[in-house]
Design a protein around this ligand. Structure first.
Ligand code: FE
Length: 134
């Protein structure tokens, strides 16, 4: 994928491409309300892509029901497609998950995922994802 064309987008362009909710989450590092997103309970098979740029982020095979109200995954489909960044914004030390191609905020990763599957919980906003069904 071409990283360049996404890095050049300015704020006005992002506002045109994204819905208001997506803009607030992806570009403003917001969080959608729990249980409000369209993929919370989705069990369809396929690849979850970045809603902004289409990068392949999470496979449905790694999705699990965390009970938190956000789509949750045990691991990224391709580690090269995501950026992990330290985030101290809420007074907690968390690890932010962002799309490596377009820089959009996706969610956070926590260490309380299923132990038998690596122990990670990638907690991702539904509105940051687009499911390409198999
Ligand atoms: Fe992206």
């Amino acid at each position: 994928m071409d990283k360049g064309k996404w890095a050049e987008k300015n704020d006005a362009e992002w506002r045109k491409i994204l819905t208001l909710e997506q803009y607030q989450v992806l570009r403003g590092k917001g969080t959608e309300a729990p249980f409000s997103g369209k993929y919370v309970h989705t069990k369809d098979k396929g690849m979850y892509q970045c809603a902004a740029c289409g990068a392949e982020l999470f496979s449905s095979d790694t999705k699990f029901d965390s009970g938190t109200g956000w789509p949750s995954f045990t691991e990224p489909a391709n580690r090269e497609h995501i950026d992990l960044r330290a985030d101290d914004s809420s007074g907690l030390t968390r690890v932010e998950v962002a799309c490596k191609y377009c820089g959009s905020h996706l969610g956070h990763v926590f260490g309380d995922g299923p132990k038998e599957r690596g122990g990670k919980r990638y907690c991702i906003n539904s509105c940051a994802l687009k499911l390409k069904k198999k």
